[in-house]
Design a protein around this ligand. Structure first.
Ligand code: CP
Length: 302
């Protein structure tokens, strides 16, 4: 079985074909309403989620498939001490495909290794969030009409933000990409991510004001309160970047603003009406790309 634990589990060609199918589904979603009839998906969420869980569940439903699962692990036998491996081994006897979110980095790899059906990492701790990456790639392709020749600013919590870890790795595989990593010293992109970018150019800075004018894409992130060990440090850093309509005046007229959401204060609501703000569309692209991913992993074509 093919699993998706991290973005480079798929080749660039496989990713491009999922993006292409996602674009086709977005054009004509009604053509796909029965393709997964008779298939069952489990969504196992050990950590809170709005977009990822509901977009997986709406994706499977819109393909004609069915869903079981939990969003409160205390309602499952995990609360009795069952191991992750035993849970996944059992659930994979019931369903055709599993999507799982877990608070521990590495849990997705652990689960995939015992799954007898295709397994999708829906986010594991501060590690990876590959279906957010597919969402982001479909959004970029749809808005910019290309995935190469782009200057991408990633701003905020680059240390704990798993979405930017996965996206940086995925975008580094395309040509002429330049990254501008904008963060305070305490929340810099981890070395292991930087070391995995090959010869892709990047700079690190703490100034959004000095960088915004050169960007084609500004990817804002939330400061991840739940992953800080030191509460005082969170309080000190939580509002370090706030994108507002004033800052947007210095951005290119065709720059797009992305954010995996949820946001807290890092994008002021006055930016929402700016035509360059793409974060709610991005959440919708997430459903279409997950429809494409489910079809690909189940080996289903229209
Ligand atoms: N983008 C994202 O993963 O959102 P949720 O945490 O709401 O799923």
């Amino acid at each position: 079985n093919k699993h998706l634990v991290k973005p480079d589990d798929f080749t660039v060609e496989e990713i491009d074909s999922i993006i292409e199918l996602g674009m086709q589904i977005k054009q004509n979603p009604r053509e796909y309403i029965k393709v997964c009839e008779g298939y069952l998906m489990a969504t196992l969420f050990y950590e809170p989620s709005t977009r990822t869980r509901l977009s997986f569940e709406s994706a499977m439903s819109r393909l004609g498939g069915k869903i079981i699962g939990f969003s409160d692990p205390n309602a499952s036998s995990v609360s009795k001490g069952e191991s992750l491996e035993d849970t996944i081994t059992t659930v994979s006897k019931y369903v055709d495909i599993i999507a799982m979110r877990h608070p521990q980095s590495g849990a997705a790899q652990q689960a995939a290794s015992v799954s007898s059906v295709p397994f999708i990492n829906a986010g594991d701790g501060g590690n990876q969030h590959p279906t957010q990456t597919l969402t982001d790639l479909l959004t970029i392709k749809s808005c910019m009409k290309r995935l190469d020749n782009l200057t991408i600013g990633m701003c905020g919590d680059l240390k704990y933000g798993r979405t930017v870890h996965s996206l940086a790795k995925a975008m580094s595989r395309y040509k002429n990409i330049k990254f501008v990593f904008i963060s305070p010293e305490e929340l810099k992109m981890p070395e292991y991510v930087l070391n995995d970018l090959g010869d892709t150019q990047f700079i690190e800075t703490n100034s959004l004001d000095d960088s915004i004018a050169e960007l084609d894409i500004l990817y804002m992130t939330r400061i991840q309160r739940e992953r800080f060990e030191d509460r005082d440090e969170y309080e000190r850093l939580k509002d370090v970047y706030i994108l507002d309509s004033k800052k947007m005046e210095n951005a290119k007229s065709d720059m797009i603003v992305m954010h995996p959401l949820p946001r807290v204060n890092e994008i002021s609501t006055d930016v929402d009406i700016d035509s360059r703000a793409m974060y709610f569309e991005q959440a919708q692209y997430g459903m279409y790309v997950r429809m494409a991913l489910i079809m690909k992993l189940l080996g289903i074509s229209k």
